[in-house]
Design a protein around this ligand. Structure first.
Ligand SMILES: [Zn+2]
Length: 351
């Protein structure tokens, strides 16, 4: 985590510039998750703690020239504003800085963004002083330390808190998923990142080519099989509304899985989104294996129909179980003691 924090907070250091350049990350505009590709031990160490580090990184807005309005944490404790938006963010505004949202008088330019965010978040933005060039450059700080400095102790404590909550939530989401046990077990494997993709097989020293045989991408890892593969992207674009697509395609595997099982982005659909998501990832894994065995690539319409048929069936069964539960009547039951027998002893009759 110390290395991750160095990358986050010291983008001018030479080694940070070198490693970011090598792995295609812009150190001045840090992503919420890093690309999941092979790399050196240092890069793997940074990648493994990146999400936790980014959750602790907050921006103190001064001139507003570096902090990104939608993508960085600066106004609220709930994370980047893009995750809290109620409407799709116009593409040209996604990477805009905080300074871009002020008017010529130096005040917040409310008409540009007030229709995109809920009122409770707007109130929090109103409590932040608009950027001012006289205050100097924006500064990043560590929110788990009262002085804003990164310390191993505060990082360790924050990691413990975050992991405990996160892990408990994740397992609960997988095991409480309403549907066949096979899907629950599959979701549990996804959260454990244990699917036998090419990446995982290679990690276990099994000699396989790393690339995706369906689309030709250089690395087939879990997030590629379940979300990013070119051959299935059209399917997700059909299922996920336009306004949610940016956040949907940005998060890391674990965050993505948890967010969908919680329907964090409030994706509206005729069935429950949790049901459709669980069935979709489960069937995408089936169709990937089907291709590897038979060599036949199913088109996205076939996969879509397969998923929707199964999701509808599971949803129907869930609904019928709920209605059966509602039909049940509560009946109070009791127990009447039998008449006491008379037992003869040597000297007396006992009841
Ligand atoms: Zn692919």
């Amino acid at each position: 985590m110390k290395l991750s924090w160095e990358v986050v907070s010291n983008s001018d250091k030479l080694w940070v510039k070198v490693i970011c350049s090598k792995y295609g990350v812009d150190p001045r505009h840090l992503p919420l998750s890093l690309p999941e590709k092979q790399g050196s031990r240092v890069w793997k160490a940074i990648r493994s703690t990146w999400s936790a580090t980014m959750r602790g990184a907050r921006w103190a807005v001064c001139d507003g020239a570096r902090t990104r309005f939608w993508l960085d944490c600066w106004a609220t404790k709930q994370g980047p504003l893009i995750n809290l938006a109620e409407h799709p963010i116009p593409q040209e505004l996604v990477n805009a800085t905080v300074r871009d949202f002020t008017n010529v008088h130096g005040s917040w330019n409310w008409p540009v963004f007030e229709h995109l965010l809920p009122s409770c978040i707007l109130l929090q933005i109103a409590s932040v002083m608009p950027p001012d060039p006289r205050l100097g450059v924006d500064k990043i700080f560590w929110r788990f330390d009262p002085r804003g400095s990164f310390t191993v102790r505060s990082a360790y404590e924050s990691l413990g808190q975050l992991d405990l909550t996160d892990t408990d939530t994740a397992w609960h989401l997988a095991w409480s998923w309403k549907g066949p046990q096979a899907v629950r077990i599959f979701l549990w494997q996804v959260l454990h990142a244990k699917l036998k993709t090419k990446d995982e097989l290679s990690r276990r020293h099994i000699p396989v080519s790393l690339g995706c045989e369906r689309c030709g991408a250089p690395l087939e890892d879990i997030i590629h099989v379940l979300r990013d593969c070119h051959c299935i992207k059209r399917l997700w674009l059909r299922l996920v509304p336009d306004r949610n697509q940016l956040a949907f395609f940005q998060s890391s595997l674990r965050e993505w899985t948890i967010a969908n099982l919680q329907n964090k982005w409030q994706i509206a659909c005729p069935l429950t989104w949790e049901c459709i998501f669980g069935v979709t990832v489960w069937r995408l894994w089936y169709w990937r294996n089907h291709f590897n065995v038979d060599g036949k690539l199913a088109d996205s319409s076939t996969i879509y129909l397969d998923i929707m048929a199964r999701a509808n069936e599971i949803h129907r069964l869930n609904q019928s179980q709920i209605s059966q539960q509602l039909r049940r009547k509560e009946i109070l039951i009791g127990w009447l003691p039998p008449p006491w027998p008379l037992v003869q002893t040597e000297h007396r009759w006992l009841l």
